[in-house]
Design a protein around this ligand. Structure first.
Ligand SMILES: [Zn+2]
Length: 227
């Protein structure tokens, strides 16, 4: 990611904003997207604008401690959440925050997406914890990540939305799409009246397969799924 030009990364952010909007994962000015452009610098979407209208020149560059570096607009109101994640997870290169309707419905119902139901979800992001409610845009919301951020790559925020992170923007965005997709599947199974979860042995097999594919993610993933 560091080898890519900043302009290219800006275009990638704009493209992800469009895709989040087109897929109905955000509405109005909801949601925010950021990318780490240097070890201590991030690019983030601006406050107030609908993501469908965000242009490359609207993006804001900040230092990891929150100082404005470049850009004419004000950074997203959720910037504290983004910065906390980058501070705690040096491996993370991108953060996507959205309000996917079905996954957020689970958060309103007080449920996590921790059930081991779908192999692809376990392989992509492990279990998805439910973080306690905190007022959007506050340092309390950033604080709510502290107990979870080391061990998970996707988070439900109670009565609010979801956040996904990753080693690239593509992966963080795919995790958001998959999170909503899996929530819809789980809701459908509930409506049909039965949810068959995977057995511990089946989950272990998935973890072992993931370990062979991407060794670096194993310890975090196995902790998150087995937790
Ligand atoms: Zn939000």
């Amino acid at each position: 990611m560091a080898s890519r030009g900043t302009f290219s990364l800006k275009r990638d952010i704009v493209a992800v904003c469009r895709r989040l909007y087109d897929r109905g994962l955000i509405a109005g000015p909801d949601g925010n997207v950021s990318v780490r452009v240097a070890p201590d610098r991030v690019l983030v979407t601006p406050a107030g604008l609908s993501k469908v209208d965000v242009q490359v020149e609207d993006l804001v560059e900040l230092s990891l401690d929150g100082r404005h570096v470049r850009g004419d607009r004000r950074a997203s109101s959720e910037i504290l959440m983004h910065l906390r994640i980058y501070q705690r997870r040096p491996d993370v290169q991108a953060v996507v925050h959205a309000h996917p309707p079905t996954a957020t419905g689970f958060s309103v119902a007080g449920e996590s997406l921790a059930a081991c139901v779908l192999p692809e979800v376990i392989g992509q992001m492990g279990s998805v914890p439910l973080l306690p409610y905190a007022t959007p845009g506050t340092s309390e919301l950033a604080d709510s990540f502290d107990p979870f951020v080391e061990h998970h790559d996707a988070f439900l925020l109670a009565n609010h939305g979801a956040t996904t992170i990753g080693p690239t923007l593509t992966i963080a965005h795919q995790r958001m799409e998959s999170l909503e997709h899996s929530a819809r599947i789980l809701l459908t199974a509930r409506l049909l009246g039965n949810v068959n979860t995977l057995t511990p042995a089946q989950v272990e097999t998935l973890i072992a397969a993931r370990q062979r594919a991407t060794p670096g993610t194993l310890s975090r993933m196995s902790r998150s799924v087995r937790a």
